[in-house]
Design a protein around this ligand. Structure first.
Ligand code: ADP
Length: 449
């Protein structure tokens, strides 16, 4: 058993990992930047160390973080999500310095971090992918060539991207030059590499993803799927498990193919295969794989009873998976709501500031994962997500009713949040029907007050 784990992250996910460690009897080490002195993860960890200087670099400077881990006697590092979580060099560097990286093998982080290579790999493993350019686009002419071949509309995507950045939907050839330019620039700014590829743009499919766990001995299981179609600007806002309207034949095929592919590559730790699903044709297509803990893992934990973070730690320690596929049962339905500090009147721009009142919902079936509290000042440097509200009930209908009750109980004052938006969504008949796609919010937002 590890004695001490360093958490290379902040906010709610750092708190989540500290909780798993506490239950396992593992001591925790937090790191924090100058602006995070009063953060919850700093208060919760057994030890906390300031990384002075730039507030973002504090969580990215891995040589310094590994030095610290060594000097305080930590055995392993959990990266959470974001920051260093999908940095293969960091995972390798941990290995080199004799610190266990709690996550997948570096070569898998690298392979799946390149979306073009990941698609080629999945194709080889028999998983359907969306028609697109077979390699990164060299220039705008290249893009036009493939867009004509595939047919408009197409979507330009950053090969090394995430968080919906560097993505542009292109409907006509005339739009292509300036959208190519702006996507390239955005990708370069955020990811250091501007490389783009393109795909056929699917019309309002569902985003469905499969949660995978693998150990060091070739065992791989799935923990079901999540419907992450409620998005804004290609970023998830609400996630559901199971998808309330997915036909069992599609579900079984997706889950089966995902497990088989991950067994073939020898995948280790937690991972998520993301698909777009066209419910009209029953076709599904792989889009990318995330080689880390996902924000929305909470709902999978609620319906399976499995602690995904604990399992990642056990796998990293070399334990075999404590369950086989047949041992895993799925009970009821769970929905996660991402609570973001953002201003709906200013096009959902991040709204940092002081929380003057904070009352989170409770009662049956509610799970809160928060990184904030009353009087906490949200710094302007990081993600605007301050909390996650996850709701569980025996059926989709009852989960929606419970979500309505819980989101109405939620009070955050001092900063604007997207709570009013969630209140509208959980009352929307099209949401309640379950038959919505990734463009749901784009279509609905103008109709909400
Ligand atoms: P990121 O890594 O930035 O999150 P993804 O490849 O996971 O990028 O895609 C994010 C979202 O963008 C998807 O959930 C979906 O809403 C949209 N998207 C991506 N590819 C397509 C496509 N080919 N057609 C339609 N929408 C797409």
């Amino acid at each position: 058993m590890f004695r001490k784990v360093l958490i290379a992250n902040r906010g709610e996910v750092a708190v989540r990992i500290i909780r798993a460690c506490e239950e396992l009897g593992i001591k925790t080490v937090a790191i924090y930047s100058e602006v995070d002195t009063r953060s919850l993860h700093v208060k919760k960890a057994d030890e906390a160390y300031l990384i002075p200087g730039d507030p973002i670099r504090a969580y990215l400077d891995y040589v310094r973080i590994v030095d610290l881990a060594k000097s305080v006697g930590a055995d392993a590092i959990h990266p959470g999500y974001g920051f260093l979580a999908e940095n293969a060099d960091f995972a390798r560097y941990c290995q080199k310095r004799g610190i266990v990286f709690i996550g997948p093998k570096p070569e898998h982080i690298e392979l799946f971090g390149d979306k073009v290579k990941a698609k080629q790999m999945m194709q080889k493993l028999g998983i359907p992918t969306i028609p697109g350019s077979p390699e990164p686009l060299r220039n705008y002419e290249d893009a036009l060539h493939y867009a004509r071949e595939i047919g408009f509309p197409v979507i330009l995507k950053s090969a090394f991207g995430g968080g919906g950045r560097g993505m542009r939907v292109v409907r006509t050839p005339e739009e292509l030059p300036h959208l190519f330019e702006s996507a390239y620039r955005e990708a370069e700014t955020f990811f250091g590499k501007g490389d783009l590829f393109l795909e056929k743009y699917l019309d309002d499919p569902k985003h469905i993803e499969v949660q995978i766990l693998g150990d060091k001995y070739g065992n791989v299981v799935h923990l079901g799927e999540r419907d992450c179609s409620i998005q804004r600007k290609h970023q998830k806002i609400i996630e559901i498990t199971p998808c309330p309207v997915l036909p069992p034949s599609i579900r079984n095929k997706m889950l089966g193919l995902s497990v088989r592919a991950m067994m073939q590559v020898g995948y280790e730790s937690a991972g998520t295969l993301e698909f777009l699903v066209d419910l009209k044709t029953g076709e599904f297509y792989f889009i990318e794989m995330n080689t880390r803990l996902q924000v929305e893992h909470t709902i999978t934990e609620m319906v399976t009873g499995i602690d995904i973070v604990e399992t990642m730690i056990r796998i990293a320690m070399g334990e075999p998976l404590p369950f086989m596929q047949n041992d895993i049962t799925f009970r009821g339905c769970a929905i996660e709501f991402r609570i973001n500090a953002e201003d709906p009147r200013k096009n959902f721009a991040p709204a940092p500031g002081k929380i003057t009142a904070y009352y989170s919902p409770g009662g049956p079936g509610i799970r809160m994962d928060a990184g904030v509290y009353k009087d906490y000042v949200i710094p302007p440097y990081y993600d605007s997500m301050i909390a996650k509200m996850s709701v569980w009930a025996l059926s989709w209908e009852r989960a929606v009713a419970r979500a309505r009750r819980a989101i109405d109980e939620f009070v955050v004052r001092g900063v604007p949040t997207n709570i009013p938006l969630h209140r509208q969504v959980v009352r929307d008949p099209d949401f309640i029907s379950g038959y919505f796609g990734i463009r749901f919010l784009e279509k609905k937002l103008p109709t909400y007050q």
